[in-house]
Design a protein around this ligand. Structure first.
Ligand SMILES: [Fe+2]
Length: 239
């Protein structure tokens, strides 16, 4: 293949992204790869293959508060931002998926045994496509903190999981968004597996008064930058 049509390669930035084996984050000991990764070069096959298109995303898929007959309990919030390349170019038509626990800190998942109530009106999953300007917007409930047994009295700071598909399935990125000023940051090995303090800050959304809707919802802004010095730290494959 001629070099000019090779798709861009995403290089791992060891300072900004968490190591696959993070000893303080116990389960990475069991599940991090022990052998060097085998690079799968992207080709035009991956780039031109089928992706989930706009027709798969329903008009309410971005609104996690309207997936059931009633409204979920908790603090309604708007989470919005843009997906950007390192030079500020927007990344349009990218599928974003989110998942999170409910306001009491419980996931709707068999593996979650945290003795907090499930909310019959909250599934905790949503998705949307970025617009032409790379923008996305979700309406949801502020997630609660939850204990996770990694160490004595371990609690996760409130967070929303994000998955992004770029222009091909092979470009999937996974990361987490946090809320400003969370008192649990200091003791969380997952948040702190990102060693660069400036990179950790890029995982934290900003309170956005301008986008807050009076009498209805607070708003947070979080831009996702795919690479470069301002890149949003992300979990690598197998992490
Ligand atoms: Fe989580």
């Amino acid at each position: 293949m001629h070099a000019s049509i090779l798709p861009p390669a995403y290089r791992r930035d060891a300072a900004a992204h968490p190591p696959l084996d993070s000893p303080d984050y116990g389960s990475t000991r069991l599940r991090h790869p022990l052998r060097a990764p085998v690079p799968l070069t992207q080709t035009l096959t991956e780039l031109t293959g089928p992706l989930l298109g706009a027709e798969r995303v329903g008009p309410l898929d971005h609104d996690l508060t309207r997936q059931h007959d009633g409204e979920p309990l908790g603090e309604r919030i708007i989470v919005h931002g843009r997906v950007l390349e390192e030079d500020g170019r927007p990344v349009p038509d990218t599928l974003l998926e989110v998942w999170q626990c409910n306001s009491g800190g419980r996931y709707r998942h068999d593996g979650d045994r945290h003795p907090a109530p499930l909310d019959p009106n909250f599934s905790g999953v949503g998705r949307c496509l970025t617009g032409a300007d790379g923008a996305f917007r979700f309406v949801t409930i502020r997630p609660g903190a939850y204990p996770w047994g990694n160490h004595h009295n371990a609690w996760r700071p409130a967070h929303i999981h994000f998955s992004l598909f770029g222009r091909a399935f092979t470009q999937r990125l996974v990361t987490q968004m946090y809320f400003p000023g969370d008192p649990l940051f200091g003791q969380d090995p997952i948040f702190n597996s990102v060693r660069d303090p400036l990179a950790r800050e890029r995982l934290v959304a900003a309170f956005d008064l301008a986008e807050t809707q009076p009498e209805w919802a607070l708003a947070y802004r979080w831009d996702i930058v795919l690479r470069g010095r301002e890149a949003t730290p992300r979990e690598e494959d197998g992490a």
